[in-house]
Design a protein. Structure first.
Ligand code: PLZ
Length: 451
């Protein structure tokens, strides 16, 4: 093993290309990957990482790339953030695992207390911890079913909730998530989403019309009294950073309240300061009954949670929730460090500032390039949707070409969307301003070269 220097915030905050992307060492590692790792596990950009921190990722060839991905909205506090490293290291040396269900420890309880306090609503709450986002969503369904004694679950077009069997059923997109992996879990119903850019009658009445259709589906096809949970991302992540038209979420909450349905906000991608607020549903004053979190919660360590109304959470019989690793002590220590960092560095303000820098630049790109159909997002969760000029026909080819051009220039960007035609930007919230600007310059040049 090579004695790698520590990454984290002390890593030089600069873009530096010393080889083609990917360089020879990364290519060599990628050949090893092909021979050793299952082919189904894909890679967006095969540069093999040695260190990361602040707004950069360093690779095995000594290249330093600007990070506009945060490992899919995970390293909101940056990679190897100081407080995360300090607390997780201390915990590693004290003990690594006892299993909370066997012999408990304070870190788990402390994370639950923090989540109960930080999530929307001042009602009494409880939290249960898990390992991944999908596991949190599955458990939210279990809890809602136990509480309501009903079975049906309502999700939305373009929604993403995970890759396990139940969450595949909840996820909308076939390729690559579901194709060939059925049969899927029953009692899952998909309703229309208020997608302003693609709503057939235009964005003006989108919220109202989409809500009416969703409510019609719930009342006529399922029956409100049979629905355990409505699960929705307040801003859809994998679906293409779709902000439901304002008013849509509120109408769903009203329907849920009127019919005793548990309203679940999946804030796995939107949570922890990503959108400039602790949780995206705060923006419309929505108080979910249950909220699922993961990703940004622990600065890169695997941790997830379901937090919600005490009476709902406590409806499950003793021993009904758990798992060997859920709320692992090292992940909990990291979460405490991450939350501390979000507070002390006011990462909500930083996320809003990132949005204020990015949105005007992207709108000016939109003015010059007709391929940009829509620019949208909140805080540091920003996207552009690409279409064939003059139409709304998705343009996944140009999207892929621009992403590749950015990668070649040392800017890591991700794509998303049901049609693969969305470029999404999720920089770490601690990214220095000069890297954000440089990244946007690279993106603009990529649009100039490819459209
Ligand atoms: N809910 C809203 O965004 C994970 C998926 C990447 P896990 N999104 C990234 C991929 O291709 O697998 C996600 C999400 C929302 C649930 C999940 C699932 O979280 O931690 O990946 O299980």
């Amino acid at each position: 093993m090579s004695a790698a220097l520590p990454g984290g915030p002390s890593l030089p905050q600069e873009r530096r290309l010393v080889t083609a992307i990917p360089g020879p060492k990364s290519q060599e590692l990628h050949a090893r990957k092909a021979a050793a790792v299952a082919a189904g596990v894909g890679t967006t950009l095969p540069v093999y990482v040695t260190r990361a921190g602040g707004g950069v990722i360093e690779d095995a060839d000594g290249n330093s790339l600007i990070d506009f991905g945060s490992g899919i909205a995970v390293t909101n506090v940056g990679n190897s953030a100081e407080a995360v490293v300090a607390r997780a290291t201390e915990q590693l040396a004290a003990f690594t695992h006892t299993c909370f269900m066997v012999a408990p420890y304070e870190g788990y309880v402390a994370v639950a207390e923090q989540l109960n306090e930080l999530t929307p609503g001042d009602h009494e709450k409880r939290t249960a911890l898990f390992n991944s986002g999908a596991e949190a969503v599955e458990n939210a369904v279990k809890i809602a079913r136990a509480y309501t004694k009903r079975q049906a679950v309502v999700v939305f077009d373009h929604g993403y909730h995970g890759r396990t069997n139940l969450t595949m059923a909840l996820t909308a997109k076939n390729m690559p998530y579901k194709n060939g992996f059925g049969p899927f879990a029953p009692e899952v119903y998909r309703a229309p989403l208020a997608y302003p850019f693609r709503w057939l009658t235009g964005p003006e009445n989108c919220a109202e019309e989409a809500a009416a259709q969703a409510i019609d589906l719930m009342s006529k096809q399922i029956g409100g009294e049979n629905i355990a949970a409505i699960i929705i991302e307040p801003i859809q992540g994998e679906g293409g950073f779709i902000e439901p038209a304002r008013g849509f979420l509120t109408k769903l909450v009203e329907y849920a309240r009127a019919h005793g349905i548990v309203f679940v906000a999946d804030e796995i991608q939107t949570g922890f300061c990503r959108t400039g607020q602790w949780f995206a549903c705060e923006d419309e004053g929505i108080v979910p009954d249950l909220i699922t979190t993961a990703k940004g919660i622990a600065g890169g360590l695997p941790l997830a949670a379901v937090t919600g109304r005490a009476e709902i959470m406590d409806a499950v019989h003793g021993g009904g929730l758990g798992g060997t690793y859920g709320g692992n002590p090292v992940a909990c220590a990291a979460a405490i460090g991450a939350i501390e960092t979000m507070k002390s560095q006011d990462l909500n303000a930083k996320a809003r500032k990132i949005g204020e820098t990015m949105l005007p630049r992207l709108r000016s790109i939109q003015e010059k390039h007709a391929v940009v159909g829509d620019v949208r997002g909140r805080g540091a969760m920003i996207a552009v949707e690409l279409v064939k000029p003059g139409t709304k026909e998705p343009d996944p080819e140009t999207t892929a070409a621009i992403a590749k051009a950015c990668h070649n220039e040392g800017l890591l960007v991700l794509t998303a969307g049901t049609y693969g035609n969305v470029l999404r930007f999720l920089p770490p919230l601690v990214i220095p301003e000069h890297l954000l600007t440089e990244g946007l310059d690279i993106l603009e040049r990529a649009f100039e070269a490819h459209t």
